[in-house]
Design a protein. Structure first.
Length: 276
């Protein structure tokens, strides 16, 4: 199975390979810079080459670049939109430099413009990108707090349909649960996956952010928990990691580092839940 974690690039992006191996992962995710500020990726060619070689020789992949949290594709504000598009362009260019297949982005918040307008803004913002060959932008399912879009599978489908880019989707299990898809039982997982397939199409699902949730289904609250220890719980997690249509999808963990449990513990837990 392909399972890994969101690891740090501190000290150089090539260090992410060793960090991934240290926690027992064989694929994973990185930020190219601090996600809380507007900053450009700054990766020299030596680091990039070492990252590519390390990935080729020691991991299965894929890698995902998670874009900045400041990016808001749905925004009605011109300056924020321009900054968001510029930031995303730099992420897809960094992905090409690193040989990374996917750049993951949240749609963002419409901040009063309305759902329809917000989704149209997101699609047209994505259309402004010049995405290099070999790189695909993934729109991530959201917890749907406030005016953030992407909580409903329909939102993601609307953007995929309206955009001229070849977009695919990343399903975050904690976000989907918070947005109202009950993944805590085998039946709930079955229903959610079937709905995803009907609305979006499972062929568009390229990554699962596998996270448990500290908050109940439908609360729109986004706080990740250790695998099997949140409100999705062990039954739900077991159903997700063994669901036939999800078995080949790369799983990337964004679980907390607390209670003495980090990524290594959580990845091991996923491997234990997986049945052969
Ligand atoms: Zn995310
Ligand atoms: Zn996520």
């Amino acid at each position: 199975m392909r399972v890994g974690a969101h690891v740090s690039i501190a000290g150089g992006v090539d260090n992410a390979v060793e960090r991934q191996l240290d926690v027992g992962g064989n694929c994973g995710q990185i930020f190219t810079h601090s996600p809380q500020v507007w900053r450009d990726p700054d990766i020299d060619d030596g680091e990039a080459e070492r990252f590519r070689a390390g990935t080729r020789e020691r991991l299965d992949g894929p890698w995902v670049i998670h874009s900045s949290y400041l990016v808001n594709l749905c925004t009605p504000k011109d300056d924020l939109r321009a900054k968001s598009v510029d930031s995303m362009q730099k992420e897809v260019d960094a992905a090409a430099q690193l040989g990374v297949e996917y750049v993951n982005v949240h749609l963002g918040a419409h901040t009063g413009a309305g759902t329809e307008r917000g989704l149209a803004n997101a699609a047209s913002a994505l259309d402004e990108l010049d995405v290099p060959d070999g790189v695909t932008v993934l729109v991530e399912s959201d917890a749907g707090s406030g005016t953030k879009l992407g909580g409903d599978f329909e939102h993601l489908a609307t953007v995929l349909e309206a955009s001229d880019q070849d977009l695919d989707v990343c399903l975050d299990t904690a976000h989907a649960f918070a947005a109202g898809y009950d993944l805590s039982t085998a039946t709930g997982v079955e229903n959610a996956v079937r709905e995803f397939d009907d609305v979006i199409g499972l062929d568009r699902l390229k990554c699962v952010h596998l996270n448990d949730s500290k908050h109940a289904c439908g609360t729109n609250k986004d706080e990740h928990a250790h695998i099997g220890e949140g409100l999705i719980g062990e039954e739900g997690m077991r159903a997700i990691v063994n669901y036939p249509d999800l078995r080949d999808v790369p799983l990337v963990l964004e679980t907390p580092n607390e209670d003495g449990k980090g990524f290594a513990w959580n990845i091991e837990r996923v491997r234990e839940l997986r049945e052969n």
